[in-house]
Design a protein around this ligand. Structure first.
Ligand code: NAD
Length: 288
């Protein structure tokens, strides 16, 4: 397959490198110039004659601007596969624009981070036409270990922000419970051993424990180097709250999680730390 790949940052560069082992990949990025990928001089050039154009960009505004440029250059029937995490509204607007120009669009944000992108073990959650999903399935199989078709355009982004809203809320709950346990004199290993095998278990406790020295290796054991940075969690929580507002969904825990991560990232110096660094943050605080 001939593939255009726009946005070769932390995630896009390793994803494109994995695809280039089996496919003809032409990349474009306004800043990054990764080794091993043949580069075009513009997004439009990377998109010309491609069967599939993949975008992996920072946000919905940039996605909309790049989409206008590449859709004008893509050949009829080609597929725009967007793997960025963006707002549902932008994903649906881009899909409508693509259809109007005789193209197909799939929104397929990912879970799995830079490690998953490098190792080809990402999970994709996809929205868009069934037939276009089937055509892109071999590419998902190279870049990831699982791709779930979630329904029409925008549903991939919907799945992503719902998942990450649960993740943010659960991480905060796990961190505050550790701090309460500390203050009640409960040993952290005992806390882990009980909760990880009781009804309070979760991915944040069992697989990504925010307390160093207990549970499997996690960013907590590496001075909270990300991992999944707190500012990326804030981005996803903000997207969940934008969507909740747009459809009038009551999400009080998501709203509280967004406010806490905003405070942590923008006021308390949490930017650049893993999102599990909420635990040392709670350790330094008193009950309001
Ligand atoms: P990044 O900032 O490292 O990469 C984005 C790239 O897009 C940059 O290289 C930038 O130069 C390029 N870019 C910006 N504007 C452009 C334009 N107009 N034309 C071409 N290139 C342009 O970000 P990332 O960590 O690779 O994340 C990409 C997307 O994946 C984001 O939407 C993010 O939310 C999502 N995501 C990231 C992670 C993660 O752990 N990093 C995990 C899951 C999802």
């Amino acid at each position: 397959m001939k593939i255009g790949f726009i946005g070769l940052g932390n995630m896009g560069a390793p994803m494109a490198a994995n695809l280039a082992k089996d496919h003809d990949v032409t990349g474009f990025d306004t800043m990054a110039k990764p080794d091993g990928i043949s580069m075009a001089v513009s997004a439009a050039e990377a998109a010309t004659n491609a069967d599939v154009v993949i975008t992996m960009l920072p946000n919905g505004d940039i996605l909309r601007a790049v989409s206008a440029e590449i859709h004008a250059a893509m050949k009829p029937g080609a597929i725009h596969l967007d793997c960025s995490t963006v707002d549902v509204e932008s994903a649906r607007a881009v899909a409508t624009q693509a259809e109007m120009q005789g193209l197909h669009a799939i929104d397929a944000p990912v879970s799995g981070g830079i490690g998953g992108a490098t190792n080809g073990t990402l999970t994709f959650m996809a929205g868009g036409p069934e037939t276009a999903f089937a055509t892109t399935k071999p590419l998902f199989d190279i870049m990831g270990q699982k791709a779930v078709h979630c329904g029409p355009a925008g549903n991939g982004q919907a799945a992503k922000i719902c998942n990450n809203m649960i993740l943010g809320v659960t991480m905060i709950g796990t961190c505050e419970a550790f701090v309460l346990a500390d203050k009640l004199g409960l040993d952290r290993q005992a806390m882990f051993d009980v909760v990880s095998t009781s009804s309070g278990y979760s991915w944040t406790m069992n697989a990504y424990c925010p307390a160093p020295g207990v549970g499997p290796q996690s960013p907590a054991d590496n001075d909270y180097q990300p991992g999944f940075a707190a500012e990326l969690m804030l981005k996803d929580l903000n997207l969940s709250q934008m969507a909740a507002q747009a459809v009038d969904a009551d999400t009080p825990m998501g709203q509280a999680a967004a406010a806490l991560y905003r405070q942590f990232v923008e006021v308390e110096g949490g930017a650049g730390k893993d999102f599990s660094a909420m635990l040392p943050r709670f350790e330094t605080r008193r009950r309001p």
